[in-house]
Design a protein around this ligand. Structure first.
Ligand SMILES: *Cc1c(COP(=O)(O)O)cnc(C)c1O
Length: 411
């Protein structure tokens, strides 16, 4: 069980029944968390937010004051984020960029382009050299970071980490292509592009010490690449992937330890601008998926609570194979004349409304008791939650969306 903050608990209790299920985002908590993350990083390390984790406009707006920019990974995200937070610097990444998307990125004047292949680099160079007549003239070349699929030292990866690199993968350039890419950008053939550095988002779900070791390895590799080709690579984006522990929401990523380690990376590479681009670890904690128990059943020796909604709204536990942390908020009212379905203290599995055994939000949760009509708040639903879910499977209504934003206390 994961108890929500009192303001979240009160908000969920006060929601009218027909507003459930609901996504509730605690912007007060988000701002405080983002400010703390920013403060834990060395001042010269740039903090970008990977918008794919949760692109809600109000979340982007809450993050903007604490971040140096946003990473977008499609033409859709590019247009959406540029509209939600006009003027905030953008880095455009992602595999399989279409020529239309690349042209849109050039049009919008994205600050950084993360190039994932030689073909993409050639497309970018061609489009940058042949802008449409209507395009505003660019004052400066587009900053290019080459994304590489580098080997992550095996001992750095803990069992829970999803390695995206150092093995066959559709992400980034193969290190063997480094020479070709660097030469294309530095032989004078494309003055509209400027090679500024290297990008490497290598794994997700790493602890601070592991991620810091990856950052040092990437910075060292980048320095060696620069020396090999006699070029200055002054930016290193070490990606996101900071661990969020769904089994233990109180165990937060050690941002202070990571910040101290990044200061050591910066010290070893004094001419390099380091950038991080977390998604999950910034927004996961601010989101709650709140719903009500429709029914409680005893089935072959186990207790099941069926909630309104399910994994078509919150797919995260199904995709990751975890139990979404949650809290039961008891509701006294029972409007029917017949007995209220319920269970005493013990383990309960929370399932949704879909006709599939995969529609389970949390298995074997120890509760003090749960009854039909009680409310349930699922925690850590602020990242890769609503926006990765298959909303229209079975055609249930979509959840309502709410934001808690307390007025800032006056000084
Ligand atoms: C998804 C992604 C991120 C964010 O990853 P998290 O695990 O959410 O921190 C950062 N950079 C790139 C390139 C990504 O694809």
């Amino acid at each position: 069980m994961t108890e929500p903050e009192p303001r979240v608990r009160e908000f969920v209790r006060a929601l009218p029944a027909d507003a459930l299920p609901a996504y509730v985002y605690d912007l007060t908590a988000l701002s405080a968390h983002a400010a703390a993350v920013r403060a834990a990083l060395p001042p010269h390390v740039e903090l970008y937010y990977a918008a794919k984790a949760n692109p809600e406009p109000r979340i982007l707006a809450a993050l903007a004051p604490h971040t140096d920019g946003f990473e977008v990974a499609s033409g859709g995200e590019l247009a959406h984020v540029a509209k939600a937070v006009p003027g905030h610097p953008l880095a455009f990444g992602g595999p399989g960029k279409t020529p239309t998307e690349i042209a849109a990125a050039l049009d919008r004047g994205v600050r950084r382009c993360h190039v994932e292949s030689l073909h993409e680099l050639r497309t970018l160079a061609h489009l940058a050299a042949h802008p449409p007549r209507s395009a505003p003239a660019r004052a400066r070349p587009v900053g290019v970071l080459l994304r590489f699929n580098l080997a992550v030292p095996g001992e750095l990866l803990s069992s829970g980490a999803l390695a995206m690199a150092g093995r066959p993968a559709p992400f980034g350039l193969d290190p063997a292509e480094a020479g070709t890419a660097v030469r294309m950008l530095t032989d004078g053939s494309c003055p509209q592009l400027e090679l500024v550095g290297v990008h490497a988002h290598l794994a997700s779900g790493l602890a601070a010490t592991e991620l810091a070791a990856v950052a040092m390895a990437v910075a060292d590799w980048t320095a060696a690449l620069g020396r090999r080709y006699g070029v200055t690579l002054r930016e290193v984006n070490v990606g996101g992937g900071m661990r969020v522990d769904y089994a233990d929401p109180a165990a937060r990523f050690d941002w202070a330890g990571y910040g101290a380690a990044l200061a050591r990376v910066a010290h070893a590479h004094p001419d390099v601008l380091l950038r991080v681009e977390p998604g999950r670890a910034l927004t996961a904690y601010c989101g709650w998926y709140a719903t009500e128990v429709l029914d409680v059943k005893h089935s072959h020796g186990e207790e099941f609570a069926v909630v309104r909604g399910g994994t078509h709204h919150l797919r995260t536990p199904a995709t990751r194979g975890h139990d979404q942390p949650c809290a039961v908020l008891p509701v006294a009212d029972w409007p029917y004349p017949w007995p209220r379905p319920g269970t005493g203290a013990g383990a309960v599995t929370f399932a949704g409304q879909l006709c599939t055994p995969k529609d389970v939000l949390a298995r074997g949760v120890p509760v003090g008791g749960v009854r039909a009509g009680d409310r349930v708040a699922f925690a850590l639903a602020g990242a890769y939650a609503w926006n990765i879910s298959h909303h229209d499977f079975l055609m249930h209504p979509h959840p309502t969306v709410h934001f808690i934003a307390e007025a800032r206390a006056r000084a």
